[in-house]
Design a binder for this molecule. Structure first.
Ligand code: PLP
Length: 353
């Protein structure tokens, strides 16, 4: 605490990202990264970008990347907003679209950055409890609000909300923005991008950190009708004109254009997830149905914190949340390679035996 801090800084409770340990030989299943590398076309694009041109600023509009993203989703480039990771995109969304008279609504168990943005920007919010089975119930959101935001599938539960239910929400809630955070959608959830044309209040947020294996490049984007995107551009151009550098623009465009590599990696993760869920089940874990690249699992006989600590002793790291108390028994486990998941299962077998 310094006397030079503003009142805003004093009141913040910053988000704590999952650990990025510097230790070698870890089985790292704690931050939902992709266990497989990015497309070779990304690496070639990055190398081509390293040179004299780096003395020049990048394109502030990131046209090359917006065109690639628009073609991927069959939208117009003017319907695409890009940012330095979807965390930055979400920050602009909270300030630009979710700050209104009524509180913004999001699930009580969800991406823990949402309340952090609210506190940063002085946005009122209400956390809507998930059901007993950790599901989002649309009817709970049908009340006056300054916007609605949730991940689909939800994080850290991994549970998806059906497309028809999201459409029901969109039909009933037209007065404020509805933001669907599709960070994990490519691992088996139906996307709502196809609903954008019919719903002017819908904004879809995506990232290249998970399904495109580019967490290290920091690229995220949002899709919506042009008016919503223009609002985000106004925030971005009041904050940082060049959120993506030349390498990020070029590498991200190459990743989006290599659809085959992306599809192959997603399919491998999904196949491993199926095996992981069944093996966790045979060790006595209850695993919530997941359509993400992670699973959320608890064991009747063991506390979540103890399991995480004992895995750590064996150089395996997973994510554990002590709050809210309802999710204390759970571990959030990223789906790794088959070999990483086999190491996890054999460690857990020894721990819970
Ligand atoms: C639900 C959700 N949204 C957004 C993000 C942010 O991703 P990034 O900033 O890497 O694009 C994450 C990261 O884990 C996430 O879990």
């Amino acid at each position: 605490m310094s006397r030079y801090w503003s009142a805003t800084v004093r009141s913040l409770t910053p988000y704590v990202p999952g650990e990025q340990p510097k230790l070698p030989n870890l089985v790292k299943l704690n931050t939902n990264e992709n266990p497989y590398g990015p497309s070779p076309r990304v690496l070639a694009a990055l190398r081509a970008e390293v040179g004299d041109m780096l003395r020049l600023y990048p394109d502030p509009n990131c046209d090359r990347l917006k065109e690639a993203i628009a073609a991927f989703h069959r939208l117009e480039p003017a319907q695409v907003f890009v940012g330095n990771g979807s965390d930055e995109v979400l920050a602009h969304v909270f300030l630009g679209l979710l700050k209104h008279e009524h509180p913004v609504l999001f699930p009580d168990i969800s991406y823990s950055f949402y309340p952090v943005y609210c506190r940063l920007y002085g946005i009122e919010y209400r956390q809507v409890p998930l059901t007993e089975s950790f599901e989002i119930r649309v009817d709970d959101y049908l009340r006056p609000n300054g916007g609605i935001v949730f991940p689909n599938p939800n994080a850290p539960t991994g549970r998806p909300l059906a497309l028809a239910e999201i459409e029901r929400l969109l039909r009933a809630s037209t007065g404020s923005a509805v933001v669907v955070d599709e960070a994990y959608v490519d691992f088996g959830t139906e996307s709502v991008v196809g609903l954008i044309a019919r719903h002017p209040q819908l904004l879809v947020v995506r990232t290249l950190s998970k399904s495109h294996s580019l967490a290290g490049l920091r690229v995220g984007y949002a899709l919506g009708q042009v008016e919503l995107i223009e609002g985000l551009n106004r925030v971005k151009d009041s904050f940082n004109s060049y959120p993506l550098d030349r390498l990020a623009i070029s590498g991200a465009a190459a990743a989006i254009e290599d659809r085959a590599h992306f599809e192959e990696n997603c399919a491998k993760v999904i196949a491993t997830r199926t095996r992981l869920v069944s093996e966790l089940g045979s060790l006595g874990f209850e695993v919530l149905p997941s359509t993400a690249n992670f699973v959320f699992a608890r064991h009747r006989g063991h506390r979540g914190a103890d399991l995480a600590a004992r895995l750590r002793e064996r150089s395996i790291i997973v994510r554990h949340f002590s709050k809210p108390p309802r999710i204390e028994p759970f571990l959030r486990i990223t789906v790794g390679t088959d070999a990483q998941c086999a190491a996890l299962i054999s460690a857990l077998r020894a721990i819970v035996a």
